[in-house]
Design a binder for this molecule. Structure first.
Ligand SMILES: Cc1cc2nc3c(=O)[nH]c(=O)nc-3n(C[C@H](O)[C@H](O)[C@H](O)COP(=O)(O)OP(=O)(O)OC[C@H]3O[C@@H](n4cnc5c(N)ncnc54)[C@H](O)[C@@H]3O)c2cc1C
Length: 325
């Protein structure tokens, strides 16, 4: 029998960028959707993200490139939507060795290799590109409002047992991020701790990114009146307390690229735990005792970058299932 998609309910677990984007796409596919989340959107890892469109610490490369490309197009569209908090920002990806053309480059207009003479001292290669940046405080609020405007309900509620959630809706979508480690008994999901410093913007207009800086991951993401300076990438570390020494190192490395940042007023120190996994888990499974789950977690350092591509795929799987497939 074909199920009527208008009456099917989906329960999305998680209100980070992955859960909210999936919830919106499921709504747009005609499902009635509820979101349960242990923490409000502003308290999630997603809220800490520098939110530069850039596939970092997410695998496998081929699926990641496809999801990233779909998300790029959607974020470009949202950059024109007032109040969404998305902006297009030009900048540089820098390398200390020669690198091949990036796997994420297809579908990114204007990507070009930086001529050697234009590279800053110490760098051997790099790309200039304009990409979307989301101001996550604003963007998560925009997503939550859009979901609510579509008739969705978001409730603060922690799910302890995945199969019991299926008693509340025939379709469960697991977007619990790092929480999936317990919820889906998946020890391959591990935290990769990231510390950032938010500073007043002294006039920086370009992003800078040096993944392989010998002293640690280094990036500058300007967002208008402030800049996010990063970072760290500490696998297996669970502490969310900012470390003063790490913050000093971040500012020092960023100021080497943009000297104006050395004296920039510090507004905030924050830490987030990236939900890393050897590969993003996006697949459907049967739950013990009946019910179906679509797992969508493990986006590492690229949840924003992959969000709409993954949300589209979640909705496609749900539609097939709703149609009795
Ligand atoms: C410092 C830093 C910088 C970053 N920069 C970027 C960047 O520039 N670009 C980019 O694309 N990505 C970036 N990221 C990565 C990005 O933040 C993550 O990939 C993304 O937030 C993952 O989103 P998520 O929705 O899966 O997880 P989360 O945002 O962690 O959301 C998980 C949700 O699940 C809920 N949950 C968990 N367990 C349960 C449960 N049992 N019951 C109910 N709810 C539950 C939580 O409350 C939360 O709502 C950065 C991350 C950090 C830390």
């Amino acid at each position: 029998m074909t199920r009527n998609t208008r009456t099917v309910e989906a329960l999305v677990i998680g209100a980070g960028v992955i859960g909210l984007s999936a919830a919106i796409r499921l709504q747009e596919a005609g499902l009635r959707v509820r979101v349960w989340t242990a923490a409000a959107p502003a308290e999630t890892t997603s809220a800490v993200a520098a939110a530069l469109w850039y596939p970092y610490l997410a695998y496998p490369a081929e699926r990641v490139a496809a999801w990233a490309q779909r998300t790029f197009a959607e974020l470009v569209r949202l950059a024109d939507e007032p109040g969404a908090g998305v902006h297009m920002v030009p900048g540089f990806e820098l390398w200390r060795r020669a690198v091949p053309y990036p796997s994420w480059g297809a579908g990114v207009p204007g990507l070009r290799r930086i001529p050697p003479a234009d590279l800053p001292a110490g760098y051997a290669d790099g790309h200039a590109v304009t990409v979307p940046v989301a101001r996550m405080g604003t963007y998560l609020g925009y997503l939550a409002d859009r979901f609510a405007a579509g008739g969705g309900r978001l409730e603060l509620r922690t799910v302890r047992v995945l199969s019991r959630a299926a008693h509340s809706a025939p379709l469960v979508v697991n977007c619990a991020g790092l929480g999936a480690r317990t919820l889906a008994s998946d020890e391959t999901v591990v935290p990769v701790r990231g510390q950032i410093v938010r500073v007043e913007n002294p006039g920086v207009e370009r992003f800078w990114l040096d993944d392989e800086h010998p002293e640690g991951l280094t990036y500058i993401v300007p967002r208008g009146d402030d800049c996010i300076l990063g970072g760290t990438a500490e696998k297996g570390e669970w502490s969310t307390t900012p470390e003063p020494e790490a913050a000093r190192g971040i500012v020092r490395r960023c100021a080497a690229l943009e000297p104006r940042l050395a004296e920039a007023r510090i507004l905030e120190h924050r830490v987030g735990l990236r939900p890393a996994r050897p590969s993003v888990r996006l697949e459907a499974a049967e739950l013990p005792g009946g019910g179906r789950v679509i797992h969508c977690y493990g986006h590492g350092g690229a949840g924003v970058t992959l969000s709409w591509g993954c949300a589209d795929e979640v909705a496609e799987i749900a539609k097939e299932w709703s149609a009795g497939g």
